[in-house]
Design a protein around this ligand. Structure first.
Ligand SMILES: Cc1cc2nc3c(=O)[nH]c(=O)nc-3n(C[C@H](O)[C@H](O)[C@H](O)COP(=O)(O)OP(=O)(O)OC[C@H]3O[C@@H](n4cnc5c(N)ncnc54)[C@H](O)[C@@H]3O)c2cc1C
Length: 491
C-alpha cells in the first residue's frame, strides 16, 4: 500500500521557462501592472492556492470585502495546471476526491459541466515487475511468489500475536507500518517509496502523518478490499474513481478566482514580505509587487503561506524560542520533469509508482489518461516526479541534465525511444511537502500556541498549517475560517 498524491505543502513561485505559460498569465500581467498602493482590504488572505481561494470565495459570496495576495503570477499553488505549447499538465497528477459531501458539492457546483469522472488504474513497478495498486491477491501471490506471500501473512500474524503481550513502540512511520502490516510487508511495499519521497529513513519519519492519512487501513482491510471489493468511500486511499476537470486540476482554482473577481481582488505577483503586529493583533502586511512596496491593512488576516515563512515575516520578530522552533520545521521539495512525445500513448495508467532505489524518480503519470484534452491529437506526454531537498544534487542538476536522465530511464523502462521526444519542461517547486520527522510536534505545538494568541490571525491550508492536507482538506480549512470570520462579523 502506497499513499497516493503523496507528501506536500506551500511553495513559492513557479518557474516560467521557454514556452511554459501559466494559465491566465496574460490577464494577470495586465492586472498586476496596475498601480498598487496602500489600501484597506477588510479581510486580507495571504496566498491564492486552493485554501486561500476557498476562503476568498466564501467571504466574497457573502459580501465581505476581501483581498488575496499571491506571490506567483497565477493562482492555484500546488494545484495549478501548466500550459506548455499545446500540452497541459499538473504539478504531479492531482485527483480530486473527498469524504466530505459539502466540499464535493462545492467543487461540482463550481465546475458545473467541466467535471469528468475518471477511473483510477495505478501500478507499482518493483523487482522488474508490475504490481496492481491497490494490491490484488492473485497479482501479489503470483508476482511475489507464494513463499513471500506466506512470509507476509506469517509476519503479520506474528506481529499481532507479540503485540498482545507487549505494548508496541509507536513513534515512527516504520513502527506504525510494521505494527499494522508486519515487517515483510513494510520492507517490500513501504520502505523504498517512503524513503524516496521523504528523503530520510522511515525510523525518523513521524508516524502521525500516515496514521491519519490511511486511517482505518490495515492489512486486513486491504486484503478484504481485494477479495470483497468494499466501497472505496470506506477506505479513501483505495477509491477507484475521482473527479477531474477536462483541462486540468488548475481549473478549480481558476473558477474560484473568476468568482472572487466579480466583486473583490486577487492580486498576483504580489509577495507578502512582512506581517506587522502589535499587542497580539495583526495591524497590516507589507507586500511587494516588482519594485512597488505597499502596506495593506485589514480587520482579519488569513495565511496559507508556509508556516515557517509566516513566522519569519512577523514584525517585530517572535520570541527566540518560536523562531528556533520554526527553524526546526522542514519541507521536502519536488522537481517535475515533463517529456512531450510524438506518439499516441505510452501507458493506460493513472499513476505508476517506482519505489526502486535504482530509478532516480518516484512517480510517473500520463495526463492524457486523466483527460484527452491534456495533449494534442496523436501526441502524449509523461510527467515525472523527483523528490528532493533544495540544494541537494538533484535540485542543483541543470534542466538539461535532468531531462537527459529522465529520457534515459524512460528508455530503460521501455516506455519511449529518444527519437520520439518532441520537447521537455523542468519545474522546481520549493516546500512541496511538510516533512514530519519524529519529534516535529514539539516545535509545531509551540508555534501554534504562539499564533493562537493573535486575535485576528487565522492559518489555513497545507503549508500554512503544516499538515499533510489534500486538496479537499485544504479547501475545507479555507471554508471553515471564512465561516468563522462571517459568524464573528455577524455577532
Ligand atoms: C506532487 C503532488 C501531488 C498531489 N496530488 C494530490 C492529489 O492527487 N489529490 C489531492 O487532493 N491533493 C494532492 N496534492 C496536495 C494538494 O496539492 C494540496 O493539498 C493543495 O494544493 C494545497 O493548497 P493550499 O492552498 O493549502 O496550499 P498551496 O497550494 O501551497 O498555496 C499556497 C499559496 O501561497 C502562495 N505564497 C507563498 N508564499 C507567499 C507570500 N509570501 N506571499 C504571497 N503568496 C505566497 C504560494 O505561491 C501558493 O499559491 C498533491 C501535492 C503534490 C505536491
Amino acid at each position: 500500500m502506497i499513499p497516493e498524491g503523496s507528501p506536500v505543502g506551500g511553495f513559492s513561485g513557479i518557474f516560467v521557462e521557454g514556452k511554459v505559460k501559466e494559465r491566465n498569465m496574460i490577464s494577470d500581467k495586465i492586472k498586476s501592472s496596475l498601480p498598487d498602493s496602500d489600501s484597506d482590504c477588510g479581510v486580507v488572505v495571504m496566498g491564492a492556492g486552493l485554501s486561500g481561494l476557498s476562503t476568498g470565495y466564501v467571504l466574497s459570496k457573502n459580501d465581505m470585502s476581501v483581498c488575496l495576495l499571491e506571490s506567483s503570477s497565477t493562482v492555484g499553488g500546488l494545484s495549478k495546471t501548466i500550459v506548455h505549447g499545446d500540452f497541459l499538465f499538473d504539478l504531479g497528477g492531482h485527483r480530486f476526491l473527498t469524504k466530505n459531501k459539502d466540499v464535493e458539492n462545492f467543487v461540482r457546483d463550481l465546475l458545473a459541466d467541466e467535471c469528468l469522472t475518471v477511473s483510477r488504474t495505478s501500478k507499482i513497478f518493483m523487482f522488474n515487475k508490475y504490481f496492481d495498486y491497490p494490491l490484488r491477491p492473485a497479482n501479489a501471490i503470483f508476482g511475489l511468489g507464494i513463499s513471500t506471500t506466506l512470509k507476509i501473512l506469517f509476519d503479520y500474524c506474528r506481529e499481532k500475536f507479540i503485540n498482545i503481550f507487549r505494548k508496541p513502540r509507536m513513534v515512527s512511520l516504520e513502527d506504525w507500518i510494521v505494527g499494522q502490516f508486519g515487517r515483510k510487508m513494510f520492507d517490500i511495499y513501504f520502505k523504498g517509496y517512503s524513503e524516496k519521497v521523504w528523503g530520510i529513513p522511515c525510523q525518523n519519519i513521524s508516524k502521525e502523518w500516515i496514521a491519519k492519512r490511511i486511517d482505518g487501513l490495515s492489512l486486513w482491510a486491504a486484503v478484504k478490499n481485494a477479495f470483497f471489493k468494499v466501497s472505496g468511500r470506506e477506505i479513501p486511499t483505495l477509491t477507484d474513481e475521482f473527479i477531474y476537470p477536462p483541462t486540468g486540476i488548475g481549473r478549480i482554482s481558476d473558477r474560484l478566482k473568476e468568482e472572487i473577481e466579480k466583486k473583490d481582488q486577487v492580486r498576483t505577483n504580489t509577495s507578502v514580505t512582512q506581517i506587522k503586529h502589535n499587542n497580539f493583533q495583526i495591524t497590516d502586511v507589507i507586500a511587494k509587487n516588482g519594485k512597488a512596496v505597499y502596506s495593506i491593512t485589514g480587520k482579519e488576516f488569513v495565511s496559507s503561506i508556509p508556516l515557517t515563512n509566516l513566522i519569519q515575516s512577523m514584525q517585530p520578530p517572535p520570541p527566540d524560542d518560536i523562531l528556533e522552533a520554526a527553524s526546526k520545521l522542514r519541507f521536502r521539495d519536488i522537481i517535475i520533469v515533463t517529456i512531450m512525445l510524438n506518439k499516441e500513448s505510452v501507458t493506460n495508467l493513472t499513476w505508476l509508482y517506482l519505489p526502486d532505489d535504482n530509478i532516480p524518480f518516484g512517480r510517473i503519470h500520463e495526463p492524457k489518461n486523466w483527460s484527452s484534452q491534456m495533449a494534442p491529437e496523436g501526441k502524449t506526454h509523461l510527467v515525472i516526479e523527483y523528490f528532493c531537498f533544495e540544494g541537494d544534487a538533484v535540485w542543483n542538476s541543470s534542466d538539461i541534465e535532468l531531462t537527459d536522465l529522465t529520457v534515459q530511464y524512460l528508455e530503460k523502462l521501455d516506455f519511449i525511444n529518444d527519437n520520439e521526444v518532441l520537447d521537455s519542461c523542468v519545474l522546481r517547486k520549493k516546500k512541496a511537502y511538510p516533512l514530519f520527522s519524529v519529534g516535529y510536534t514539539n516545535h509545531y505545538d509551540k508555534i501554534v500556541d504562539y499564533l493562537n494568541k493573535f486575535s485576528n490571525l487565522h492559518i489555513i491550508g497545507r503549508g500554512g498549517m503544516f499538515k499533510y492536507y489534500n486538496m479537499d482538506h485544504a479547501m475545507e480549512s479555507g471554508i471553515e475560517v471564512a465561516e468563522e470570520i462571517l459568524n464573528g462579523h455577524s455577532n
